[in-house]
Design a protein around this ligand. Structure first.
Ligand SMILES: C[S@@+](CC[C@H](N)C(=O)[O-])C[C@H]1O[C@@H](n2cnc3c(N)ncnc32)[C@H](O)[C@@H]1O
Length: 272
């Protein structure tokens, strides 16, 4: 089969790092996420994946973050079987396939138009009530096209750090202002992570710039009446870190002891 030449740059290029992380994890002896679709997609892409700098440890880290966000999404859908999922900055993530949602779930995958075009070539669309939208999350129009009739969970993994805070805030205000209720599930960098961004190989090599760091997740509660932080998990405390290779486990234990560095990344869950 002919491989797809990929020429993305900047933030869109970094989706190849997280995809590759899930692909490597699926081949690991103690795979976290078992995302075989990621491995198949990687085989179809003509790209030098060494540019991502992904190692066995960071691959397991990406997979653990994905597993946590999958688990929170599943919990939401168990409680609200008729719901809308906004999977923003989806890249080539096959979250909808991993969760195998039924026809009562309206699922929207969204990313930049060039990413969506690549996704259409590489990943078959799932059955059911599914839409793939090519737009920027900062654009107002796509959200107006989503019916506001159901509880809504917005999942955005690997997105907030690429946004400017004012754009992130507007996105959160627009989602929480439109739907009758729901949850926001996303990861963030702390400002220390933004300062150290050049140490992240995939960011450096793609030429992407990270802008928005969140040190106090409670501050966002003021952005919408009724927005409440439910969970703030530090990356260095994520469940399942025992699945990291030994060197990664040691690294995480050391980071967890360092007051500034332990806040380098978090996974957040809010309800509204
Ligand atoms: C690190 S990748 C994460 C992709 C996917 N969520 C994953 O975990 O594999 C960052 C993604 O954010 C997307 N992105 C960045 N800024 C965006 C914006 N303003 N609107 C839509 N997507 C955006 C990029 O195109 C890219 O797919």
């Amino acid at each position: 089969m002919e491989r797809e030449k990929v020429t993305l740059t900047g933030a869109p290029e970094t989706l190849l790092a997280t995809l590759y992380g899930r692909a490597l994890d699926s081949r690991a002896p103690r795979s976290v996420l078992h995302d075989e679709a990621a491995a198949r997609a990687v085989e179809r892409i003509d790209y030098d994946f060494r540019r991502t700098g992904i190692t066995a440890t960071t691959a397991a880290g990406v997979a653990l973050r994905g597993r946590q966000l999958d688990a929170w999404t599943r919990e939401f859908l168990d409680a609200h079987p008729e719901a809308t999922v906004l999977h923003l900055a989806c890249g080539l993530d096959t979250r909808t396939q991993r969760l195998a949602t039924g026809p009562s779930v309206r699922w929207i995958d969204l990313d930049h138009p060039d990413v969506v075009a690549l996704r259409e070539r590489l990943l078959p669309p799932p059955a059911g009530d599914y839409r793939l939208v090519g737009a920027s999350v900062t654009d107002d129009r796509w959200l107006q096209a989503v019916p506001a009739d159901r509880p809504t969970v917005a999942v955005f993994e690997g997105l907030t750090m690429y946004l400017r805070e004012e754009d992130g805030r507007r996105l959160i205000e627009r989602i929480t202002g439109r739907f009758p209720g729901g949850q926001l599930l996303f990861d963030c960098y702390g400002t220390i992570g933004i300062r150290l961004q050049k140490l992240v190989t995939a960011v450096r090599n793609s030429g992407a710039t990270l802008h928005w760091g969140i040190d106090d997740p409670r501050e966002l509660e003021a952005w919408h009446d009724g927005l409440v932080l439910l969970d703030a998990l530090r990356s260095v405390d994520m469940p399942g870190l025992d699945l990291l290779p030994r060197a990664g486990r040691v690294e995480m234990r050391v980071l967890a002891l360092l007051p500034k560095l332990r806040d380098v990344g978090r996974i957040l869950r809010y309800r509204f």
